[in-house]
Design a protein around this ligand. Structure first.
Ligand code: AMP
Length: 214
């Protein structure tokens, strides 16, 4: 199965993506995670994108398309994958279409998680992440068992720099400006599977399961 998760930052794409990948035995590929890993390793690419990410802007199409092209060549992506945070522009969506056509592959679903801006601002402010294993928590709705400590690996939880209020607003503006047009792009292709993201994590998961099966 080949799936794209679409929705504003903080809509639950990552969390729901994990559940879908576990049910279907496919890897979750997040361009945000790949870029953060480059930063953590201090690579040239990591240094180049650091400022852009901290402002909440998009890194260049060229960079993320190259990252995805390479990542999809890994053996675990041969039988399917779930993309989280990619594509984010029409240029990226078109490049993905060409990449898949070259591999004689097709997308199965584009899951759209719909959440209002006000709810996102509240949610992201209380999001905490584990830089070691990428686990995600929310100090209000999904707190870790031990304050500030990752349930999965025991590492310290942090607030992402781009989850601070001013950056959240600019990331939402970028979403409306550049990414939301992908909703009609994929609707026209008959791939869109929309779900109301405000009904709670479990209910969202059930709705997605109904739409895409597995
Ligand atoms: P995310 O974890 O998906 O919210 O991504 C964090 C940041 O990484 C974004 O705010 C962008 O700066 C950058 N980023 C991630 N994916 C993309 C993409 N597909 N295109 C451009 N920039 C991206």
């Amino acid at each position: 199965m080949r799936i794209i998760m679409l929705g504003p930052p903080g809509s639950g794409k990552g969390t729901q993506g994990v559940l879908i990948t576990e049910r279907n035995g496919i890897p979750q590929i997040s361009t945000g995670d790949l870029l953060r890993e480059s930063r953590a390793k201090g690579t040239e690419l990591g240094k180049k994108v650091a400022g852009i990410m901290d402002r909440g802007d998009l890194v260049s199409d060229e960079i993320v398309i190259d990252l995805i092209r390479e990542r999809l060549q890994e053996p675990d992506a041969a039988a399917g994958f779930l993309l989280d945070g990619f594509p984010r522009t029409v240029v990226q969506a078109e490049a993905l279409g060409e990449l898949l056509a070259d591999r004689s592959e097709k997308l199965d679903y584009v899951v759209l998680i719909d959440v209002t801006d006000d709810e996102i601002v509240g949610r992201l402010g209380s999001r905490r992440v584990c830089p070691a294993c990428n686990a995600v928590f929310n100090i209000d709705s999904n707190p870790p068992v031990k304050d500030g400590i990752c349930d999965e690996c025991g590492g310290p939880l942090v607030q992402r720099d781009d989850d601070k209020p001013a950056t959240i607003r600019s990331r939402l503006a970028v979403y409306h400006d550049q990414t939301e047009s992908l909703v009609s792009f994929y609707k026209k292709l008959g791939l869109l599977a929309p779900v109301n993201g405000s009904i709670g994590q479990n209910a969202v998961s059930v709705e997605i399961e109904k739409m895409i099966g597995g």
